[in-house]
Write a protein of this length. Sequence first.
Lengths: 283, 351
Amino acid sequence: MVERRPFIVFLTHFILVVGVVAIALPIWITFVAASHSEIRMTQVPLPLWPGDQLWVNFKNTLFGNGLEGTETAPVWLMLTNSLVMAMMISIGKIAISLLSAFAIVYFKFPFRMGIFWLIFITLMLPVEVRILPTFEVVAQLGMLNSYWGLTIPLIASATATFMFRQVFLTIPDEMLESARIDGAGPMRFFWDILLPLSRTNIAALFVILFIYGWNQYLWPLLITTDQDMTTIVISIKQMLEVAEASPQWNIVMMVALLAMLPPILVVIGMQKLFVQGLTETDK
Amino acid sequence: MANINLVNLTKSYDNTEVLHHIEGSIADGEFIVIVGPSGCGKSTLLRMIAGLETVTSGEVFIGDKMVNDVEPAHRDIAMVFQNYALYPHMSVEQNMAYGLKIRGLPKDEIAKRVREAAEILEITEYLSRKPRQLSGGQRQRVAMGRAIVRDPQVFLFDEPLSNLDAKLRVQMRLEIRKLQKRLGVTSIYVTHDQVEAMTLGDRLMVLNAGYVEQFGTPVELYQCPETVFVAGFIGSPSMNFLSVTVADGVLTLENGATVAFSNGHSGTALLGVRPESLIANPDGAVRLKVEMVEQLGANTLVHGHLEGTGTEMVASLPGIETVESGTVLRFDAPQEALHLFDAATQKRLET
Ligand SMILES: Nc1ncnc2c1ncn2[C@@H]1O[C@H](COP(=O)(O)OP(=O)(O)OP(=O)(O)O)[C@@H](O)[C@H]1O
Ligand SMILES: [Mg+2]
């Protein structure tokens, strides 16, 4: 903004601060709750500053069985499940959409545009819409309670295919022709030229898809009945529902903290590429 | 090294023919320039030779081999594109080495070739840079380097200098010419710039609307243009064209002036005369009414009309001359500088 009037400066800062507080406060409370003992968390007033039980809670949560008196799997296992699921979804989606975009942009085959539109139309059919038939198919294939069942129905992605198509269309034809003269076959061109040129877009998409995969709730809830296949996001909900005891807030919050960590790490690790991928247009 | 033969080559896109029955044979080591206005099919022809476009009918021979169905990579050619088409994510060195790597040459052989090409083109110090860290001229050199390292039988260039500024263009033009002579590789160069074409080519193929108008040396094209199109396209400023009637060894201009001309033809025709062939002469038959004067230093261009008609004319006077607009200058032209064309077929009428 060019304008520099004090009131405007104040207003913009005020809005920003309110925004930050609105986002940061719940996280802070989660953190504080995760650092007190179970007893302290049942007393009023609730603490606003961290206690000294962070490490103990961390150890108990990660390697213990989560909540006392429940049959949940150890938290580290659920974290692993979530991680595997998120990775399989994001890598699978990226691989499939890269290949289908490659086929659509660079190969002439019958019904090419028809197939493109077919893929595009599936945008209107997210998992939530087709959940019953999809469940039926997965169940019949015997993929309930497996990583395959968790991920495969979520992998097909029209959005990513469309995005890669647009990326490929910005790459000049001469690049392909030059590679042809250099003797690169189609797959070689794909690996040596297309992939490196789409690197930042892949990274940006990976971040988005990882978080999408990590936060999946409805589908894993349906498809996994075995405690050993539960994902972390589901387990948080389950922990809150323990009927007999009042919720052990310190443990629940610690689980929540742990569940937040991987997406944050992915975002931080990929930040630079992510921003480049969303903003750069120069090829 | 190889000669190239184009036999009755035709190209159509969706039933529209854009190249018509192209014939031409190119000797080993020759530098051929394909020149013509925008959209005449130069790039299409070049890309057919490269194998990037399919051939609709006819045959392309490289060496003695018919290559119509041979992949570009196996035609033993190298191509330099207008936008250079360097791989942006590879360093200059990797760009140059990529084709050799795919061909499976040993590492030290690749390194040696890249080093040699880099030395010839004086880009050794940029070898580790990415293309975006180079200026246009340097990228141009890298694109050339990529062609050289392949040690091909044929170089193909598609307007490789058109993204450079005028001065660099002249410099690179000379370098390409020297390099081609030094390497002795058969080359085909596409441009729409007739000056570039005249200075570079051993022979020029003038294309117009998908037809070969003429295929000959620059001097032949200048002195003996076969068609009105070639006559007007080659040379700057372009040739003047005047409608004339020929009878009994006399040419009659539109305004009635007559010029002696011994040519077996009679009837109406188109007379072509270059601005620089018009020689000022107080008793000359051609009267030019001056409208505008361009001082170029070495010569002076006089624009105007053939007196009494609407036919535009340009004359080039040596040195610096001051001419008032509205004055009438008189010119003569030697018989050998007069070109006569058939008004209907636009073809040259030979003596
Ligand atoms: N893929 C295509 N489909 C249909 N027509 C095409 C195609 N490519 C070229 N043409 C047509 O073929 C003709 C020749 O095109 P070409 O690119 O060879 O021209 P050019 O002489 O290289 O022109 P320029 O100097 O502008 O590059 C043009 O009329 C163009 O419209
Ligand atoms: Mg062209």
